[in-house]
Design a protein around this ligand. Structure first.
Ligand code: NAD
Length: 302
């Protein structure tokens, strides 16, 4: 397939590389010249603008930082939608609010373009390995047409409903994961202050309703090893939680645990951990306010 790709950053570059590996022709654009150079090195054809990446493309993938940039790149002056051919598909994979995806889908439809709402779960390692969890929403025939792209970039495709549904799914997923991480970190740090060892806490949690994937996998993998490299950057997690809270307000749903996790991430950003991994940044922020540091844990006890 001839594919356009806009946003060749942490996630976008390895995703575009996997499309190339699967045999697709990819023309890619990023405002950062270094990202375009890395893409060219991977065998891609760099384009001089977002609009130019859409030339002859049956599909264009966008993987951009936030709502304002997505709206600008798609519908701003010299934007992608004006350059795409009628009948083509825009696969919008950035994490944005559902309202942005819906507004852009409407703008796309006016030009005969189908927009799919396709945010991704998991991390940069999964983007590199082509094992992302893709949440897909929108026209089901277009989702089927895009299967070869999803198969090249991801391991799972979850069809969620109409445009906006996949972004809602992505936001509640990230809010839940961050809230569980924050609550787990709080418990471990409080236990440490009380003189409990990680061995004791893990042994008890393992047998009760406190056990979760945060304890089984996520925190031992990096944060408890005191490995703070991203992963998933704290400032992006903070952005996602802000979106999740905004979305909950829009639909009249509760967001008190999302707010609590958002507040911990805000403290982590204040402390200067914004470019570190999100779970580790929360650990450091909670430790700092509690005046303790958990001991290094090379692997989960038990
Ligand atoms: P990133 O900042 O590394 O990459 C974004 C890229 O977009 C950058 O290379 C930047 O130069 C480029 N860009 C910015 N404005 C542009 C414009 N106007 N035109 C063209 N290119 C432009 O971010 P990322 O980590 O790759 O994340 C991208 C999206 O994926 C975000 O919405 C993020 O929340 C989401 N996400 C990230 C992860 C993760 O683990 N990093 C996981 C899941 C989802």
């Amino acid at each position: 397939m001839q594919i356009g790709f806009v946003g060749l950053g942490t996630m976008g570059l390895p995703m575009a590389r996997n499309l190339l590996r699967a045999g697709h022709a990819v023309r890619g654009f990023d405002t950062n010249p270094a990202a375009r150079a890395a893409f060219a090195e991977a065998g891609g054809a760099p384009a001089e603008s977002a609009a130019a990446s859409a030339r002859g493309a049956e599909a264009v993938v966008t993987m951009l930082p936030d709502d304002a940039i997505v709206r600008g790149v798609l519908a701003g002056e010299g934007g992608l939608l004006a350059a795409m051919a009628p009948g083509s598909v825009l696969v919008e994979m950035s994490t944005t609010g559902p309202a942005t995806k819906q507004a852009m889908a409407q703008a796309a439809a006016a030009g005969g373009i189908t927009l799919l709402d396709c945010p991704v779960g998991r991390t940069v390692d999964h983007a590199v390995a082509g094992t992302l969890a893709i949440m897909a929403a929108g026209d089901t025939a277009a989702i089927e047409r895009m299967r070869p792209l999803f198969d090249a970039m991801g391991e799972h495709v979850f069809v969620c409903g109409p445009v906006g549904a996949a972004s809602a799914m992505k936001l509640i997923n990230n809010a839940l994961a961050a809230a569980v991480n924050a609550a787990t970190i709080e418990a471990l740090v409080a236990g440490n202050k009380a003189g409990l060892s990680l061995e004791t806490m893990f042994a008890v949690f393992r047998t009760t309703a406190a056990w979760s994937n945060a304890l089984a996998a996520n925190l031992p993998k990096k944060a408890l090893k005191r490995d703070f490299k991203p992963g998933f950057m704290a400032r992006l997690a903070h952005k996602d939680l802000g979106l999740a809270i905004g979305f909950a307000e829009e639909v009249g749903a509760e967001a008190r645990f999302a707010r609590a996790a958002h507040a911990v991430l805000a403290e982590a950003l204040q402390d200067g951990y914004g470019a570190e991994d999100s779970a580790g940044s929360m650990l450091r922020a909670v430790e700092r306010r509690s005046g303790v540091e958990l001991p290094l844990m090379e692997k989960p006890p038990g």
